[in-house]
Write a protein that binds this ligand. Structure first.
Ligand SMILES: *[C@@H]1O[C@H](CO)[C@@H](O)[C@H](O)[C@H]1NC(C)=O
Ligand SMILES: *[C@@H]1O[C@H](CO)[C@@H](O)[C@H](O)[C@H]1NC(C)=O
Length: 194
């Protein structure tokens, strides 16, 4: 009994040594080769408890897309325009030398029934309200697809900080376009039917 335990103990010890020999050097070399700051464990870290979870930083760009001069659902007589559900815009940010002149080009959510869209920018380093523009991207209907604001679809709208909006947790800022974006009916002037 005792002998067999000893044998097993010796076998276990040998296995442990082999195991450690196999495991330790790779860890050791990783730590020697890379500065501690760059060391990333291969396995994903367990999710932190909900109370201490910090969402990644992001910037919100939001607004409303309208169909000009059409009396559709939600018509606004002051603007003479109606929300255009399912239309989209693009947020384009032009990086400088520091980013290697990278361009961020992100499509918004499809506008909801109130014409409301949102762009969540997680590439926060690329966001600078002075170098970002909002462009009309797509209309859901050929009956309201002529760019109206901005009228030149190649000239985007500049952004301003939305001081009225409550920034969600983690948001670095909330922005909207200088004015609402609008499509308009084409030459025939026929409006969509919704
Ligand atoms: C918007 O898109 C959804 C899903 O594709 C569709 O069901 C809906 O009819 C569209 N609404 C309008 C007003 O185009
Ligand atoms: C952004 O992407 C859209 C969709 O792919 C494209 O139509 C548009 O030309 C792009 N804009 C820029 C400035 O790259």
């Amino acid at each position: 009994m005792a002998a067999s335990l000893k044998v097993n103990g010796a076998v276990l010890a040998t296995v442990a040594v082999i195991f450690l020999a196999a495991v330790l050097p790779s860890h050791a070399s990783t730590m020697v080769d890379e500065p501690a700051a760059n060391y990333k464990p291969a396995a994903p870290a367990p999710p932190p408890p909900a109370s201490s979870y910090t969402p990644p930083p992001f910037v919100v760009v939001h607004g409303v897309i309208y169909c000009k001069s059409c009396k559709l659902r939600g018509y606004n007589s002051g603007m003479d325009a109606s929300p255009l559900p399912n239309a989209t815009v693009s947020l384009v940010c032009y990086g400088d030398e520091e980013s290697g002149y990278r361009v961020l080009n992100q499509t918004s959510t499809a506008a909801d029934r109130n014409g409301y869209f949102i762009v969540m920018v997680y590439d926060v380093d690329m966001f600078d309200r002075h170098t970002c523009r909002l462009y009309l991207r797509s209309s859901p209907t050929p009956l309201c697809a002529r760019p109206s604001v901005p009228s030149n679809p190649k000239l985007g709208l500049t952004l301003v900080r939305d001081r009225a909006a409550t920034a969600p947790r983690g948001a670095r800022g909330v922005y909207h376009a200088r004015t609402a974006l609008m499509y308009a009916p084409g030459a025939g002037g026929k409006c969509p039917l919704y």
